[in-house]
Ligand binder design. Sequence first.
Ligand code: PLP
Length: 391
Amino acid sequence: MRISDRLARIKPSATLAVNAKAQELKAQGREIVSLAVGQPDFGTPPHVCDAAKQALDEGFTRYTPVPGIPELREAVAGYYDRFYGAKAEGANTIISNGGKQVLYNLLMALINPGDEVLIPSPYWVSYPAMVQLAEGVSVFVPTTPDQHFLVSVDDLEQLRTDRTRVLILNSPSNPTGCCYTQAQLDDIAAWARQHDVFIISDEVYDRLVYDPATPASLSKLWEAHPESIAIVGALSKSFCMTGWRVGYALAHEELVKAMVRIQGQSTSNINSVTQKAALAALSGSWDILDDMKKAFVRRRDMAYDIIVNGWGATCPKPDGAFYLFPVLKQFYTPETPDSASMCTRILEQAGVALVPGSAFGDDDCIRFSYAVDDDVLRSALDKVGKVLTGK
Ligand code: PLP
């Protein structure tokens, strides 16, 4: 088989090895708990499911316009007005298959071969692969736990060149859960504008921000400078709709049209039934978020206490999403010298699946998801603690 050179450059996902090992152990009858999950452990709200059932009953099963049905695009525009006071038209939005396809469309629409894309590191796994598929060059901006894994304007300026075209910001962050404040985002946006660097602001976790922190977004600034920012959103995390595949962008109309050209020649519209469900989500009750946030705060605090006070690990306390990203390199050994081998050891000895930090560009750390039941989380962390500390 001859597979394209383009694909040869794409690294296989570093999470695959741990997943394969977890499957192997499960097949042997071992009980495996996964703290590697990237989705809430809550169900999609009933009124959203009902809207999908109704769409099916009404035969809403045909092609729709590529960027989505007009009422859903209006609802997405309304979302940014409701939460951030940003005024937009439906024409400034596109509905895609998850935040993932939005990001892919954006990079394909913005990047020419050789263009540099600044990516704060640690980063979400798919950014560098997507940049590569768009024939761009990822330039990683390193951060430390001391700075809560957040970049400053100085950090960015050090790595800016005359080829820098795009900066990808992600707040709240996967894998760290850390969040920029509105003032930090605004400072970075001012720097980017001054140097003609386009910002893709990945805000797919924006509803999952915990008191006293408040959700920050570049959508209000987008209204003033629509040619220099695009916002990525999704219902995957906030409405527990990961499998439905619904994400959206807020962008300049010209950029939306470019994304529609890409999407129109690749996947066309997203699933018609999902669009009706998404409309019900955006225009109905948001109560599900209150319960979910209470549970996430409780679990975050419990896990943070065990990891930081129990194991003595360094870990910035995250304000959002459902991940913790502690530094665990002090527990690495000659036999398990990196995050991947340490995750394999934890899986074998404790029966707990985690994601190695190397997948996110930081081999000193390991990612823990707390999107699991409280008791499961506590017992899994106890087992991991025994492997790491021997206690
Ligand atoms: N951006 C970040 C930071 C994510 O963590 C994810 C999913 O894990 C996505 C984008 C993609 O989300 P979706 O499932 O909506 O495609």
